[in-house]
Design a binder for this molecule. Sequence first.
Ligand code: CP
Length: 302
Amino acid sequence: QDHLISASHLSREDIEAVLDRAADIDADPAAFRQRHAGKVLGLCFFEPSTRTRMSFDSAMKRLGGQTVDMGPVESSSVKKGETLADTVRVVEGYADALVLRHPSEGAATMAAEFVDVPLVNAGDGAGQHPSQTLLDLYTIRENAGLDDLTIGIMGDLKYGRTVHSLAEALTNFDASQHFISPESLRLPRNVRYDLHASGAQVREHTELDEVLPELDVLYVTRIQRERFPDENEYRKVAGQYQIDSETLDAAADDLTIMHPLPRVDEISPDIDDTDHATYFEQAHNGIPVRMALLDILLSQDR
Ligand code: CP
């Protein structure tokens, strides 16, 4: 059974299959409207979400299917002490595929061992968020192209699961990756290892202006307060990587600015109405890309 647990498991062919299917869906959504009628997607979110939960829900319904949602942890049997393994074993009986978000790194890998239906990792702590990466790649492909790409990835590179997945997936393409962060929020060792092993072109920076003029894409991320074990460490770096329209004076006219969202203060609203701002388009791409992903996963022989 194929699951989607980590972007490091994705080949260029896997990625292009999803992106091409998403483009087909964008071109003719009506052709997919009854594709998975009668099927059910289980949503198990142990952490807050707006985009991932709602776009998977909407994607499944646009394929003719339905969803069942575990709801907030507080109103589920997790509060009575039910384990993750038991929860997913039960919910797979109610659904044809599962989407799991959990605060613990490795949770999706473990959960996938207990289920026979396809499972999508929708974020495991500071680990991975591969379905976000697929919609990020779709957005990059539409706006800048995926080969001969120079991308800057800025902010919380240590705890940012969208960053880890995107950096690993980009090793399948001719992409030069620039990582911009404070020293204390550099990429974790396992991601560095994967990038190094792939031979990817990678550079690290502390200041955005060292690299901004070269970039085709700037991928901005939130400094994730909730992941810091020590609030004082968060305060040392909070607010350091903010951009506004003045910051962009040195940028290329066709720079694409992305952000997985939610943002707090790292992109000033005065950028929202510029041609650079691509983050709402990026969030909307969650629909065709997650429809494509579900279509492929639900069409597997079981
Ligand atoms: N980008 C993203 O994962 O957003 P949510 O946390 O709202 O799902």
